[in-house]
Design a protein around this ligand. Structure first.
Ligand code: NI
Length: 262
């Protein structure tokens, strides 16, 4: 009953064996996946995957690092897609100041425009935020409960800030990084946050957990992430799987009765 809340199976890293891999998920306990868009093309490809596979859902949006070339027409396209039945979130959107480009002002502009879209269509948001802790937090805080919840994906900031996000109703996305020996801050974040605020994610093909660090990632590696969270929270693997599954349904407003595997 594992729910991968953040994957990129449209990535070319899966071109050789995509269908074979996606056909093997359910028998390996991966029950649902949200494939997340990072630009217009991958958002469209995410919807195509959701149409092909019953158990896959899609998120549509433009990643901060891809905002340089986007237009109002693109934004309109995203808005049209939000009406598709299997589109469950706007994302991934946010701020990434790790790289100098695009300029902060451009990233901010499109982050806010996509938040406005999320506000008007009532979908939750998938937030990508790197080296932009304060600004991301201030912007999301200014929206308060006008946004229908969301997840701070690949969370990389302090345990204290995570608790603030949890108070605001956001989920904290935990993936392969938590298994890395040097991920002290992230392990502390998992200890500090209630299990009811954590969701599992891969961000595949990136960020494979130990012992597969450096290799292509897939949802099949999530049991390693589950075990590390279970160790940190002093609960069983089964409990982590069950509760994060419920959290993911709640995050994406997926009604269990409507979900094909429930
Ligand atoms: Ni991603």
């Amino acid at each position: 009953m594992i729910f991968d809340t953040h994957a990129h199976y449209d990535d070319e890293a899966f071109d050789q064996d995509r269908d074979e891999l996606l056909n093997s998920m359910n028998e390996n306990g991966i029950i649902n996946i949200v494939n997340v868009g990072a630009d217009i093309r991958s958002s469209g490809n995410s919807i195509a995957l959701a149409e092909r596979y019953d158990y896959i859902y899609a998120a549509v949006g433009v990643h901060p690092s891809d905002t340089a070339g986007i237009t109002e027409d693109d934004l309109e396209q995203i808005q049209v897609w939000t009406k598709e039945e299997k589109v469950v979130a706007i994302g991934e959107i946010g701020l990434d100041y790790y790289y100098k480009e695009p300029e902060k002002e451009i990233q901010r502009k499109w982050f806010v425009k996509q938040l406005e879209l999320a506000k008007s269509c009532g979908l939750p948001v998938i937030i990508h935020s790197r080296e932009a802790a304060n600004e991301t937090f201030e912007i999301l805080k200014s929206y308060g409960d006008k946004i229908s919840g969301g997840v701070i994906h690949c969370y990389s900031y302090s345990p204290e800030l995570a608790k603030e996000y949890v108070k605001m109703g956001y989920y904290i996305g935990i993936g392969g990084v938590v298994t890395f020996k040097n991920a002290k801050k992230l392990k502390e974040t998992v200890e500090a946050c209630p299990l009811d605020s954590i969701v599992l994610e891969t961000d595949c093909p990136y960020l494979s957990p130990e012992p597969n660090r450096g290799k292509r990632n897939s949802s099949l590696n999530l049991p390693y992430v589950v075990s590390e969270i279970a160790r940190l929270k002093k609960v069983s693997d089964a409990e982590v799987i069950e509760r994060t599954y419920r959290n993911a349904l709640d995050l994406y407003h997926i009604h269990p009765a409507k979900n094909n595997k429930n």
